[in-house]
Design a protein around this ligand. Structure first.
Ligand code: TYM
Length: 326
């Protein structure tokens, strides 16, 4: 059976892009493959953060992942820092990836341009991500389009490591969904929907109430030609709404476009589809809030399961790269 691994950062709140680009596919994959999912708190340390807030968002995110439908009895769900093999594996990856490869990472360029403080770890971040993936003998990595380059790097590092030190790592591949892989900001439909606080009106959060969702969708930027057609280059706003509606209802954006001649009904149906998709998730999230001990137990079991796999892969890598056994 193929093994699936993916991760999500506990920075800011989970938005519709995370859900449609990644999380709904994680939920499906857990029933089809052996699946391992991780709240990547070590990755969140790469940017300035508040310590107490990070702890809170890590717990909130784990709860949300269960609310979305990850079943801890079916998949492995854990917090990255609970399994020290990730940090150790990242060093082996840094020693195998080249400086030039790291410099080509688009996400580093985007994040470092905007930042006042750029940590060394923000630059080496993809090495930690490669460790996350390779430590589980991962075949498939379900991610949104923006993470494709990082998964490609993990693939290149695995191939290089295997070439130099003998067969060690399974070579992974990114699996990017056909619809929802790049959900765009509702106010700036040429930028991806993101967690940054300045994008509040353009970002639908998974925990937004129905009124807020409807307001955001109704105010979404479209264009003036009035025709409903899926054409990302010429009509980014309308195409984004069609992609969202399609991803929520299991169609292609072109199919969704056929049902509409005007923007008003398209917006109304998109808002309704999002509200209906999020309703059961929100309800389950609030139920889980009442039982914090259950989450602690879920994460402890998840970490033990994750460590059983990653420690043996790490041992294999350490041996092959030439480290003396203790
Ligand atoms: P992160 O936390 O930014 O995002 C989590 C997942 O959501 C997807 N995503 C989107 N999909 C569609 N449209 C959007 N607007 C959108 N925004 C985000 C992302 O592609 C991702 O799948 N570096 C990773 C976390 C990570 C990871 C890993 C992923 C760490 N280790 C190992 C896979 C495997 C990140 O920052 O994702």
């Amino acid at each position: 059976m193929a093994r699936v691994f993916s991760g999500i950062q506990p920075t800011g709140d989970v938005h519709l892009g995370n859900l449609l680009g990644a999380l709904v596919h994680w939920v499906r994959a857990q029933h089809e493959h052996e699946s391992v999912y991780c709240v990547v708190d070590l990755h969140a340390l790469t940017v300035p953060h508040d310590a107490e807030e990070l702890r809170r968002s890590t717990s909130r995110l784990a709860r949300l992942l269960v609310a979305v439908g990850l079943d801890p009895d079916v998949c492995t769900l854990f917090v990255q820092s609970h399994v020290h093999e990730h940090a150790e594996g990242a060093w082996l990856m840094e020693c195998t990836a080249s400086y030039g490869e790291m410099k080509r990472m688009v996400q580093f360029k985007e994040k470092s341009e905007k930042a006042d403080f750029v940590s060394t770890a923000l630059f080496t971040y993809p090495a930690l991500q490669a460790a996350d993936i390779l430590l589980y003998d991962t075949d498939e990595v379900p991610v949104g389009e923006d993470q494709r380059q990082h998964v490609e790097l993990a693939r290149d590092v695995a191939l290089r490591f295997n070439h130099h030190y003998g067969d060690t790592f399974v070579v992974p591949r990114a699996v990017v969904p056909p619809a929802g892989a790049r959900v765009m900001d509702l106010q700036q439909p040429t930028s991806k929907m993101s967690k940054s606080a300045d994008a509040a009106a353009g970002t639908i959060l998974v925990l937004d109430d129905p009124a807020a969702i409807t307001r955001k969708v109704k105010r979404a930027v479209t264009d003036t030609d009035g025709e409903v057609r899926y054409d990302v280059a010429a009509k980014p706003g309308v195409s984004n709404l069609l992609s969202i509606l399609a991803a929520c209802t299991g169609r292609t954006p072109e199919e969704a476009a056929r049902d509409y001649t005007q923007y008003g009904p398209l917006k109304a149906d998109t808002a309704e589809a999002v509200v209906e998709l999020l309703r059961p998730i929100q309800q389950r999230y609030h139920e889980l809030e009442d039982d914090p001990d259950a989450m602690v137990e879920i994460l402890a079991k998840g970490a033990a399961k994750a460590q059983a796999v990653s420690s043996s892969v790490l041992d294999r890598a350490k041996r092959n790269i030439g480290l003396l056994a203790r």
